[in-house]
Design a protein around this ligand. Structure first.
Ligand SMILES: Nc1nc(=O)c2c([nH]1)NC[C@@H]1CN(c3ccc(C(=O)N[C@@H](CCC(=O)O)C(=O)O)cc3)CN21
Ligand SMILES: CC(C)C(=O)C(=O)O
Length: 394
């Protein structure tokens, strides 16, 4: 599939990895792997209709026509003043939904520690666990650019440690780019080292949740002149280090506006107001996944709930429980595997001859209701042991 857009070769180090080859933008990491390892060719057991495992990238599949988002796509949007969209995802099914919604970027965020694993903050998640989340998301979303979050403890010690961890996210996690928190000189050096290693970096300033200990909680940043200047300066330093974009988290709108105007690269806001180049929200927050009073207390107030998915899930689960308890599920429609009545009779006879009278009677009674001769007809009432209590009526 020939991709149409041709990006100008950038002078910026962060963009250097979007190579041009024969008029086609090659995504060096995730899509590079896909082209080397086409699962539908190498796996003889892959069904013709394979969907899991990246069916979307398969030639001839309708989604193969969709052009994957690249750094060049983002640069184009930013140049034209078009907002950039980003959402977190942590697993295959959420990634499928985010891809289908046409979102530009997926962040496999370390917020997974909280929303997927139930921790109170983002510190506990390991690089190995982040890699599992990244791999699942990559399989679900062939179109968006995928950002892997460097977790706490995986990049602070040295630029070498940062490069090592970023390489693992790209190589083992299959992500396109990485994100790291902070704009102090040591973080800027780490960002520069990762970019020089050939992996594009998204910066993250303002509220950096991995610094919860030093910040004294999930607190908005940049609310005084000094701290506002620090946020903007950190963003500029990250740009100079070669970052292709910067997340601005929990800062007042004037701070975000100043940073967005000062930078040549896009800013992605969360709790930073509308004057950013793009926006990001946590998947579970925007869907309204957590409804309990305890959870709504820790849902940031900047988050709009675009749906009430948690209520839909709770209702469905409750109805399922009630129907199983009432033995109204599964009924005949959801009991699809049929035995011929001849086989069912023979089966009951064999059981009886072996001395299993109870099981023989149960099999015969079930055959009256669920064998092929009555396929699709209404099941009979069962007693509390799950045994049919009346012969089938037509
Ligand atoms: N579900 C979820 N959504 C997020 O946006 C998110 C996470 N988890 N985990 C990682 C970080 C932590 N984030 C947070 C968490 C809490 C507040 C919060 O409670 N903020 C206060 C305001 C604090 C202040 O005024 O200084 C609020 O009431 O919104 C903000 C950002 C954003 N990120
Ligand atoms: C809140 C966003 C920006 C993030 O870093 C995460 O989800 O981990």
């Amino acid at each position: 599939m020939q991709r149409a857009a041709l990006a100008p070769v950038s002078h910026q180090p962060a963009h250097a990895h979007a190579r041009i080859a024969g008029g086609t933008i090659i995504r060096p990491l995730r899509h590079g792997f896909r082209h080397q390892l086409p699962s539908w060719r190498l796996l003889s057991h892959a069904p013709e209709t394979a969907v899991y495992g990246g069916g979307g990238a398969r030639p001839g599949h309708q989604e193969a026509a969709a052009r994957p988002v690249t750094l060049a796509t983002l640069r184009g949007k930013h140049r034209r003043g078009e907002p950039i969209t980003m959402v977190t995802a942590y697993d295959y099914s959420s990634a499928v939904h985010v891809d289908a919604a046409g979102i530009d970027l997926i962040l496999v965020g370390d917020s997974a520690a909280m929303v997927a694993h139930g921790h109170d903050n983002t510190l506990p998640i390991s690089l190995d666990l982040m890699l599992e989340h990244c791999r699942a998301v990559v399989r679900g979303a062939p179109r968006p650019l995928i950002v892997g979050d460097l977790p706490f403890g995986s990049y602070e010690s040295s630029p070498a440690q940062a490069v090592e961890s970023a390489v693992r996210l790209a190589k083992e996690g299959g992500v396109d780019v990485v994100k790291m928190e902070g704009g102090t000189p040591s973080r800027v050096s780490a960002a520069k080292a990762i970019v020089e290693a050939g992996i594009a970096v998204m910066g993250h300033v303002g509220l950096t949740p991995q610094a919860i200990s030093a910040l004294g909680g999930f607190r908005a940043q940049g609310k005084t002149v000094d701290s506002a200047l620090k946020v903007v300066e950190a963003a500029i330093a990250l740009q100079d280090a070669g970052c292709f974009a910067v997340v601005l988290e929990c800062v007042p709108a004037p701070v975000a506006a100043a940073a967005t105007t000062a930078l040549q690269i896009p800013t992605i806001g969360i709790g930073a107001g509308p004057l950013c180049s793009g926006q990001v929200l946590v998947y579970h927050d925007l869907l309204g996944m957590f409804q309990s009073p305890a959870h709504s207390k820790v849902t940031p107030k900047f988050c709009k709930q675009f749906a009430n998915v948690g209520a839909v899930i709770s209702k469905a689960l409750t109805e399922y429980r009630e129907e199983v308890e009432a033995r109204s599920f599964p009924d005949a429609i959801y009991t699809p595997y049929k035995m011929s009545s001849a086989d069912a009779d023979a089966f009951a006879n064999v059981l009886q001859r072996m001395g299993f009278d109870g099981p023989a009677a149960a099999a015969a009674a079930a055959a009256d209701n669920y064998s092929e001769k009555l396929a699709g007809r209404k099941p009979q009432e069962m007693n509390t042991n799950g045994v049919l209590t009346a012969p089938a009526t037509v």
